[in-house]
Design a protein around this ligand. Sequence first.
Ligand code: HEM
Length: 181
Amino acid sequence: MIQNTRNSYGSIAKLFHWTIAFLIIGMYILANIMMYLSPSVMKYSLYDLHKSTGLLIFSLVLLRLIWRWINPSPMLPLSVPRVQKIASQINTILLYMLMIIFPISGGIMTTMSGHPIKFYNLFVIQPLYYNLNSIAKAAREIHGYSAYALCILVSLHTLAAFYHHFVIKDQILRRMLPKRN
Ligand code: HEM
């Protein structure tokens, strides 16, 4: 089933969810390795990989939002208390906002401080300006804070999914997993 139904996610929404989740978790690991390496060819290659993957995530999130717009998400089961439904909606909105702010701030930070983005060596996005360090600095702060915020929200989100699966034992996690026939 490609499209979402009233009660379950379709394969496209699942593919978007798990690809982006995997890439974002990978980006945290990558960022924490590259930041602590001393200057070397390896360090700069990892920075290039980080920037390329940031642009890839940004593009995938835009496509995911278009898909979500033409193919709305399933509703939460009636058994879920209203307060949890509201918390889940707020969390989803914040997750999407951060998935946009995070790569955009990274892109601004890099291009405004005079560095290009070499997209997996396929094409190059040239720096916009060379003397906008104040903007680059603000973007760096936003990038850093959004990393923490996203980490907290994803942890809450994952805990909620596990709580529903292992404690309440409902279908909420299962409907986001690949279907086994
Ligand atoms: C192992 C980690 C994760 C688990 C177990 C998980 C689980 C789930 C589940 C079960 C849903 C469906 C909830 C429902 O039916 O209403 C969901 C939706 C969602 N997840 Fe995750 N998730 C994980 C990681 C992530 C990550 C890293 C992100 C991105 C930062 C993310 C973003 C979202 C968003 C935005 C939705 C809402 C989808 C929509 O309705 O458009 N998730 N997740």
